[in-house]
Design a protein around this ligand. Structure first.
Ligand code: ACO
Length: 431
């Protein structure tokens, strides 16, 4: 089969050159412009990476027009229905769903790596009580390399694997410890007899005076199922801003803990993972249904920086399949957790969604609810405090970050990521 190419022509000079069209298994073909400078003395300009593929990856596929999301080829709705978060994490990291024995081994190892070094306690205690938990997460995860000097040879696949497992195992433990520090409660150690989600809930909410899990080992299955679902839906999303940050930092050869800490920093922004916290604050600010038109008008006003949080997505231009799943889960969770599905914030969110979806501005710009429009409502029902919402996202996305990191580090011929620019400053001048 002859190679498909595309010719780029400089209309001023008439100079032209051919470039290969690269094709993945599915998805939009990509022009390989890596030789553009060499062949034509030109760079491409694409701020915000609107039309740029930064790497090859076999982990996650998104079709934004059709609302398709696949992890390693499996549709997100099937994984959400049939798998646990750690089964999905195994799939993302290793390429395949594990059989029962392999999965048990994987989960056993996660249990083994969950403990934090005791020195971490004094480190966490050093944070002021009102530190934002995301600030603590960036610092603590970044510091992990200081504890594991002996397994930081990134040319050794086993060192890479252990580093990835450590981060997946420790992230919920660090997250819960940050929360406990902020409320002045003692840390709760992880338990290897509990599942990943049960363990997290226990570390968050168990008290010396009042155990979260009773003597019959009971833990509300609705809460566990809801957490599992949210973690699966947030686990990966191909080259999103935080994953791209992890990849860019990794391209320098930096240690994996530093790279994941960089990703956590990127996730924190309100345009990315910070949106779940921002959605809840927005809903609380709107307060009542009659104020919806006022806020929709603000979102449409070019002179007002306000945006409808939880709406819009760079890739999804019809619907976000994760939002559809979470919206449905909201009813089940609110009802199942012993309350009623008539949470006023959920009612308000449904009204706001309906209003925006019928508004010309949102229709024309193809703005739909994204994964985080409804996730905060479930987290709130689970008693997760609002400033922990992005931390929850961090726990889940760690599975994706470490998978991309493992994939990238195993690829031969890695180069440092180093974009160019259009210089708009002074030409050379003398003092
Ligand atoms: N409210 C109002 N207007 C919006 C919104 C919104 N939420 N989102 C986009 N727009 C408008 C923009 O003003 C822009 O209008 P213009 O063409 O007249 O200038 C147009 O829609 C396109 O928006 P961009 O910002 O160019 O789209 P981009 O792909 O760069 O941004 C993003 C996507 C960041 C998600 C954006 O839609 C947004 O800020 N949404 C709110 C924050 C949010 O929910 N983030 C979570 C994303 S999902 C995730 O990370 C888990």
């Amino acid at each position: 089969m002859t190679e498909e190419t595309l010719t780029i022509r400089n209309n001023s000079t008439g100079k032209e050159a051919d470039f290969s069209l690269l094709k993945g298994t599915i998805g939009t073909p990509v022009i390989d412009v890596s030789s553009l400078n060499k062949k034509m003395g030109l760079f491409t300009y694409d701020p915000g990476f609107m039309s740029t593929s930064s790497c090859k990856s076999s982990i996650t596929y998104i079709d934004g027009e059709k609302g398709v999301l696949l992890y390693r080829g499996y549709p997100i709705d099937q994984l959400a229905e049939k798998c646990s978060f750690l089964e999905v994490a195994h799939l993302l990291m290793n390429g395949e769903l594990a059989d029962d024995a392999k999965q048990a081994e994987f989960e056993h190892e996660i249990g083994q790596h969950a403990m934090l070094h005791e020195a971490m306690r004094s480190f966490i205690d050093g944070f002021h009580y009102d530190a934002h938990p995301m600030a603590m997460m960036v610092g603590i995860v970044g510091s992990l390399s200081a504890f594991y000097h002996s397994e930081l040879d990134m040319n050794d696949p086993e060192h890479r694997r252990i580093s990835a497992m450590r981060m997946l195992a420790k992230m919920p433990v660090i997250a819960a410890a940050c929360y406990r520090h902020s409320i002045g409660f003692p840390f709760v150690y992880p338990r290897s007899d509990l599942s990943y989600c049960e363990n997290f809930l226990n570390m968050m909410f168990s008290l010396p005076s009042q155990k979260y899990i009773d003597k019959d080992n009971y833990i509300d299955p609705v809460a566990v199922k809801a957490l599992n679902l949210l973690f699966i839906l947030h686990a990966d999303h191909e080259q999103n801003a935080s994953t791209s940050t992890v990849r860019l930092a990794s391209s320098t050869g930096a240690n994996p803990y530093a790279c994941i800490a960089a990703g956590i920093g990127a996730l924190w922004g309100p345009a990315h993972g910070g949106a779940n916290e921002a959605v809840l604050s927005m809903l609380e600010e709107i307060g009542t249904v009659d104020r919806i038109p006022e806020f929709i008008a603000k979102a449409k006003d070019k002179n007002d920086p306000f945006r409808l949080m939880g709406f819009g997505h760079r890739v999804y231009k019809n619907f976000d399949p994760r939002a559809t799943i979470i919206r449905k889960a909201c009813y089940e969770v609110l009802e199942g957790l012993g309350g009623s599905e008539k949470d006023p914030l959920f009612e308000l969110a449904l009204e706001l969604e309906a209003y925006a979806l019928n508004d010309e501005y949102f229709i024309e710009k193809k703005l739909y609810p994204n994964v985080d429009f409804y996730s905060g409502i479930i987290y709130k029902a689970l008693n997760i405090p609002v400033d922990m919402f992005t931390v929850m996202f961090t726990i889940a996305r760690t599975a994706g970050w470490v998978s991309h990191w493992l994939e990238m580090m195993a690829e031969p011929g890695q180069r440092i990521s180093r974009p160019r620019q259009i210089y708009t400053g002074h030409d050379i001048r003398n003092i």
